[in-house]
Design a protein around this ligand. Structure first.
Ligand code: GAP
Length: 606
């Protein structure tokens, strides 16, 4: 559990999101729907800025990544190939008393005394239940509370006045047991939970008018699989060569057992995923003579032909950290978490999660916020394309001319070693996926023979981020309360969203000093129209200027431009066509000409 101070901060952030129109509960007028969120005017702009910045950094600012926009519903076989149809499940458990559902693997272990009962009876009405039930009472708890919970449980099956029954039921065969670190009891009331069962997180639907098994389809739980399924098409049309990437932004759906922490774990969300395809290390070694590995921590620099999967993985971790810093998340708010071997998916060679220190994060032993996942960067070997190759029957290999040319020049001993290693890795994959050993060996031998001719299934590094989690991280990071003078110069608490100008929903607000002076209004509208084609501008003429500044501070608008009497040149002709430019964070004001505004602001926002 996060401590009360940080929970309180989270509550203030959630309140601001609603008050200022960043995030609303979906279907609020009908009481909402758990795990679904809508973005209001400011939230919609923020999300758009996030997606644009990611898309630009991945596609337009690079030569080696192509974009894709695929459908949400795809051929159901895709989810069999990816493993989602069978293994994309969380263990769930229900409270036998309240019916509240939990993720079994997220229940904090509890120790204490368990009160076991075999049933309950009520002599007056003849009501009797024979069923085992138990309640855990933590150290210091009173046994009567266990008995009360048990009576409530047994009274559920009765009709009539259950309130009276709860008071009068006699519990049968009470006995106690000490337990340590049990996850079998509801942390909220100590009541017994059901045995955990696997629950597939994919939302089902039917394609066409008949709701039959053969028309069953799923809403995608990740955008990644479409990239693999379209790998060959994109490769062909984009004239790319491995190493290269395909990226996509889009909706994903997961029927999360326990949506929580505001938008952090939602049932409908957006992902920004890159699949970056690389040569297997054996091909790199054949072409370059050796495989470069990371020389130490930090960014390894510009991509090189001799990079193996490890250095490519490190490169993407560092690129992604730079991206976050570039849009205003300080390095100190991020944690680079290397998954332990036992946490890795069976096909993953390494995964780094980039965590953000959300206010609701748990605290580590040092008292520091531990952070929650913003993005995962996985080295996924050649698992995904190999799976689609097996399930679709369509080859997903690439032909690598450089490998074909280099291979005959590799010395014999190295050739043998490379082929043996390649054969063993392919065999391991095939056996893991359930291929019979004879068939797997034959296939792995064929794969190794293909490598000699320049063909292989590319490996992949996958940086996979969530738009909504990033929006929440940026909102949490921007939220700030400081002191600022009110209209009369008295200091008051100001809420200010310190978004980086690159990501701020509105870049500049335009204010005529007074709304009842047509000359000021006309000039302000002229400035608005000058800037509007280039920047997200908000025009506001309502209320005292101080209050208008505050509204924009809460919206996170980094710049305010006020058109006043000086602008009209009424007092000092040399100040004609100058405006007051106010900076949100420092609240400093300076005088600039209207002509200077656009280049000056564009420069600060870029
Ligand atoms: N293709 C790999 C993949 O989907 P993931 O770790 O399950 O990996 C990637 O998801 C990212 O998607 C997460 O780091 C997170 O930012 C976002 N994400 C996943 N589940 C989410 C949820 N229920 N609500 C909001 N964002 C989620």
């Amino acid at each position: 559990m996060a401590d009360p101070k940080t929970n309180d901060l989270m509550e203030r952030i959630v309140a601001l999101c609603k008050r200022r129109g960043f995030i609303f509960q979906s279907s609020e007028i009908y009481g909402g729907i758990n795990g679904f969120w809508d973005y209001g005017p400011l939230g919609a702009e923020l999300k758009r800025n996030i997606k644009d910045s990611w898309w630009l950094s991945m596609t337009r600012h690079r030569d080696d990544i192509a974009g894709l926009e695929a459908t949400i519903i795809m051929h159901p076989k895709i989810w069999q190939a990816s493993g989602h149809a069978t293994t994309f499940a969380d263990p769930m458990t229900d409270c036998l008393l309240t019916k509240k559902r939990f993720r079994a693997d997220q229940i904090d272990p509890q120790s204490g005394t368990v009160y076991h009962f075999d049933g309950a009876e009520h002599a007056e009405t003849g009501f009797k239940v024979s069923r085992a039930y138990s309640v855990l009472i933590q150290e210091g708890g009173h046994p009567d509370s266990a008995r009360k919970t048990a009576r409530q449980f047994y009274a559920q099956g009765a009709s009539g006045d259950t309130g009276k029954l709860v008071k009068e039921l006699v519990l049968l065969n009470e006995r106690t047991e000490k337990v340590e670190n049990s996850t079998r009891y509801n942390p909220e009331n100590g009541g017994l939970l059901t045995e955990p069962r696997q629950f597939n997180l994919m939302f089902k639907t039917y394609v066409g008018p008949v709701e039959s098994e053969e028309n069953l389809a799923w809403l995608r739980p990740e955008t990644a699989q479409a990239i693999f399924a379209q790998f060959k098409n994109v490769l062909e049309v984009s004239r790319q060569k491995v190493p290269f990437g395909i990226c996509q932004i889009g909706k994903a759906f997961r029927n999360e057992i326990n949506p929580r922490n505001f938008t952090f774990r939602s049932r409908e969300f957006e992902q920004m995923e890159l699949e970056f395809f690389i040569r297997p290390d054996e091909a790199v070694e054949a072409i370059c003579g050796s495989v470069a590995k990371p020389a130490g921590p930090g960014h390894p620099g510009e991509p090189q032909p001799n990079w193996g999967w490890q250095i490519w993985h490190q490169y993407w971790v560092e690129e992604r950290l730079r991206y976050y810093e570039n849009i205003g998340l300080p390095r100190t708010s991020l944690v680079e978490y290397w998954q332990k071997p036992e946490e890795l998916a069976h096909y993953a060679r390494a995964t780094v999660d980039i965590l953000y220190k959300f206010p609701f994060s748990k605290r580590g032993p040092d008292g520091e916020l531990a952070g929650e996942e913003l993005e995962g960067i996985a080295a996924r070997s050649d698992f995904d394309l190999s799976q689609h190759q097996r399930f679709s029957g369509k080859p997903q290999v690439v032909y690598d001319e450089e490998l074909k040319v280099a291979w005959p020049k590799v010395d014999a001993a190295k050739k043998t070693a490379l082929l043996q290693h390649y054969y063993e890795t392919r065999l391991k994959y095939l056996v893991k996926t359930g291929e019979a050993s004879e068939k797997a060996e034959k296939q792995a031998r064929e794969d190794a023979a293909q490598l000699e001719k320049g063909y292989y299934v590319p490996h992949v590094i996958e940086p996979s981020a969530g738009v909504d989690r990033l929006a929440l991280a940026l909102i949490s990071n921007a939220y700030c309360e400081d002191q600022a003078p009110d209209e009369k110069g008295k200091m008051e608490t100001r809420i200010v969203m310190r978004f980086h100008p690159r990501i701020a929903p509105i870049k500049v607000a335009i204010f005529p000093l007074l709304k009842n002076k047509p000359a000021l209004v006309a000039k302000a509208l002229e400035v608005r129209d000058l800037l509007r084609p280039h920047l997200a501008v908000f025009y506001d003429e309502a209320g005292a200027i101080g209050r208008r500044y505050r509204r924009q501070d809460e919206a996170g608008t980094p710049f305010g431009v006020t058109i006043d009497f000086e602008t009209l040149g009424e007092q000092d002709p040399s100040l004609k066509d100058t405006v007051t430019l106010r900076e949100r964070d420092s609240m400093k004001q300076s005088r600039v000409t209207i002509n200077e505004l656009l280049p000056l602001l564009s420069n600060k926002i870029r």
